[in-house]
Design a protein around this ligand. Structure first.
Ligand code: PGA
Length: 241
């Protein structure tokens, strides 16, 4: 992995948006792996502006999101499908039919298998955008001895993730306890990975991922074994390196 440090989150977003622009220019039908959370929002805002100005074209792009809560309808304001529509898809020229978020409804195990098959059918993910959890998770692959599970799977969220995400719900008790998440295999198979981390709160997880051993107890550490992964950090997130 390579590590790049920028002054602030605006510069991180600018760098990430430029990578999207370059990759899409080289391959208009790029398969994007997209992420939710607070971190990618400034990047999505830049992508929207670039698209509005005609500098980036999503008309042939396809996208697969990392994860979704189990049990939330796509129209639920805390669902990741809703997030993606509101924060990005509604404002760019991507064909919504080409955007995919795993479904946490019905037979989730079957959905998980179908998701991996669909990504494979699409030719795999070209550019995977990631955030990092305070506990080092990527997607919803939470730290535990089995975190390096290859396939998309149903995962149980840790108390720290539930607490971190409670801000998006009326109350903590409303946060689903399970999610469907792209597996580590799907992430590691991506041709290029960019992980964004901003703010002091991510500094320890970033340090452990960059400097520590590769361990399922810090899932982002696996990216050290990826041949084309870049960490784009602001100074605060990089402050313990
Ligand atoms: P955040 O989440 O961007 O909201 O901090 C990142 C993550 O949990 O992967």
């Amino acid at each position: 992995m390579q590590v790049y440090v920028y002054r602030n989150e605006e510069q991180v977003a600018q760098a990430a948006a430029m990578i999207f622009a370059a990759e899409l220019a080289a391959k208009p039908n790029l398969v994007l792996g997209l992420a939710t959370g607070t971190t990618p929002i400034p990047t999505y805002q830049r992508l929207i502006a670039l698209n509005r100005d005609g500098l980036i074209d999503f008309s042939q792009a396809r996208s697969y999101n990392l994860d979704e809560y189990v049990g939330l309808e796509p129209g639920h304001p805390a669902s990741y499908r809703y997030f993606m529509n509101v924060k990005l898809f509604d404002h760019i020229n991507i064909d919504k039919a080409n955007t995919h978020v795993p479904s946490g409804l019905g037979d989730v195990k079957k959905n998980a298998d179908a998701y991996d098959a669909a990504i494979e059918e699409a030719g795999g993910i070209d550019l995977q955008l990631l955030g990092i959890g305070h506990n080092g998770h990527i997607g919803f692959n939470e730290p535990n001895p089995r975190a390096f599970i290859y396939k998309t799977n149903v995962v149980t969220l840790t108390p720290s993730t539930i607490q971190a995400n409670a801000r998006l719900f009326d109350k903590e008790a409303d946060v689903p306890r399970q999610a469907i998440s792209l597996g580590i295999g799907g992430i590691m198979n991506a041709r290029r990975v960019i992980l964004l981390a901003t703010g002091r709160g991510k500094a320890q997880a970033v340090r452990d991922a960059v400097k520590g051993d590769i361990t399922p107890l810090l899932p982002a550490s696996i990216l050290k074994a990826h041949r084309n992964a870049q960490f784009l950090l602001d100074e605060e997130a990089a402050s313990l390196l």
